[in-house]
Write a protein that binds this ligand. Structure first.
Ligand SMILES: [Cu+2]
Length: 120
């Protein structure tokens, strides 16, 4: 009886571990989603901290009529000037492959935000 319990324990234990590994992998593969709001006077949050090696989705929503905020660009991440229609979230995929401090701005370089990529 003791031996059967031991086997059951091993089977349940390995199922649990396997499930844990799968869940863990899914978690790693899923890019983190960061919501950013473009306002008349800047971005909220204005500073985004990423870990080197991670890929995230920045979902940027313009919530102002200000045409200053109507375009955005992430030149350090290869993303050219892109339209931000009001109240329509636009998703940018950012690959943090180099350490450093990078700027993102509106089309005219007036509104500024910062992406800080740190070593893990
Ligand atoms: Cu502007």
């Amino acid at each position: 009886m003791k031996i059967i319990n031991l086997y059951l324990g091993l089977i349940l234990g390995s199922l649990f571990l396997t499930g844990g590994v799968f869940l863990h992998n899914n978690h790693i593969d899923e890019p983190r989603i960061i919501q950013v709001t473009a306002l008349a006077n800047g971005y909220d949050p204005a500073k985004i901290t990423l870990k080197k090696g991670e890929t995230v989705k920045l979902v940027v929503t313009r919530k102002t009529d200000s045409m200053c905020a109507a375009k955005i660009k992430f030149p350090d991440f290869g993303i050219p000037t892109t339209d931000l229609p009001k109240d329509k979230p636009v998703t940018f995929t950012i690959k943090a492959d180099k350490k450093g401090t990078f700027k993102f701005t509106c089309g005219m370089n007036m509104l500024k935000g910062t992406i800080v990529v740190s070593e893990k």
